[in-house]
Write a protein that binds this ligand. Structure first.
Ligand SMILES: Cc1cc2nc3c(=O)[nH]c(=O)nc-3n(C[C@H](O)[C@H](O)[C@H](O)COP(=O)(O)O)c2cc1C
Length: 323
């Protein structure tokens, strides 16, 4: 086999582009689509460790942890603030066979960050150290972390946190170049990602505002990161993992992918939920397809799978005529 692009401890990764964990988006169907196009590893949507304590997990939580064998390296991402609960959750997750466990230290939603989980953990670097020390020694699989730059502009402690992570056994650090206070405003600070890459010897994934193929090249040149993590830019454009933009993809290939994604969604969630959850993808796929104005509304309000399938065929004809 060829040389891996980078290693997460003993786990080789072949490729330098990675679909970001995204709650509500990076489910198994979308991950499979992205993996087929070139995303080099998989992250689940984040999972709340509090929901993994009992014997029976909520159905929604259990579904987030379903993955295909072809997805390895498969990272389970968790969030939480209580060290013991994190350890217990990790032990419960191990039998499901993840390749890697990742701790979310980037979620900016107030209900999570405000109670010390997600980006809230950045306010307690010593606790991060303690969590990683314990988990990286207790677990047989590598432990990784995904961070933001700090809580706000006055507390950009990403270098301190990155060093603590490395010193306490983290095998990879993914860095979203914004603070918690920024949420998704402003632009991602790629200088900060470059500084993290310089400061640690474990692999670094650069993340934030990569939406074009040129952005991939620019963030790599700017930061020297080992891999590029792409979130919002992949929604409606999973071809970015093949270093293509929608305008580079033929209508035929686009429609084939939409049909395959829909089929995966229906199979994974069942018809009703599968179709409903597909709306947030189709609305983005059609951004790059020329369609009549009312067609969009018909597509987004359709509740029957057979009608939806017929609409896709109709849309294909419309787009062919418009071409
Ligand atoms: C809808 C949505 C859901 C997200 N859910 C998660 C999550 O579950 N775990 C996580 O670490 N980050 C999550 N993020 C953050 C992304 O992983 C990523 O860090 C952020 O979107 C910046 O990258 P981008 O500019 O490529 O989108 C989410 C982002 C979005 C837009």
């Amino acid at each position: 086999m060829s040389t891996p692009t980078f290693q997460i401890r003993d786990v080789p990764v072949y490729g330098d582009l990675v679909l970001a964990p995204m709650d509500g988006f990076s489910d198994m169907p979308f991950r499979l689509i992205c993996r087929e196009l070139g995303s080099a590893m998989s992250y689940t949507e984040f999972v709340n460790v509090d929901e993994l304590q009992g014997k029976r997990w909520p159905a929604k939580t259990a579904r987030k942890l379903v993955y295909a064998a072809s997805e390895r390296p498969m990272t389970f991402q968790v969030y939480g603030s209580d060290e013991d609960r994190l350890v217990q959750a990790a032990e419960r997750l191990l039998p499901l066979g993840p390749s890697i466990l990742d701790l979310n230290m980037g979620c900016s939603v107030n209900t999570i960050a405000g109670r010390g989980a997600g980006a809230g953990l950045l306010c307690t670097p010593a606790k991060i150290g303690s969590i990683f020390r314990r988990l990286s020694t207790a677990l047989p699989i590598p432990m990784t972390g995904k961070i933001r730059l700090g809580w706000d502009d006055r507390t950009r402690n990403y270098l301190e946190v990155a060093r603590i992570l490395e010193d306490n056994g983290a095998a990879l650090i993914a860095v979203h170049g914004r603070t918690k206070a920024q949420a998704y405003t402003g632009t991602a600070d790629w200088d900060a990602i470059a500084a993290v890459k310089q400061a640690v010897s474990v692999p670094v994934l650069g993340n934030g505002d990569v939406v074009t193929v040129e952005d991939i090249d620019r963030i790599q040149a700017h930061t020297g990161c080992d891999g590029v993590m792409i979130g919002r830019g992949a929604i409606g454009n999973p071809w970015i993992f093949a270093r293509q933009m929608p305008q580079d993809v033929t209508l035929e290939d686009k429609i084939a992918l939409v049909r395959r994604h829909l089929a995966l969604n229906l199979q994974f969630y069942g018809e009703e939920m599968g179709l409903l959850l597909f709306r947030k993808h189709i609305v983005r796929y059609i951004d790059s397809i020329r369609l009549l104005a009312d067609f969009r509304t018909r597509l987004l309000t359709c509740r029957q799978v057979d009608e939806f399938v017929a609409l896709i065929a109709e849309g294909e004809e419309q787009a062919q005529l418009a071409a």
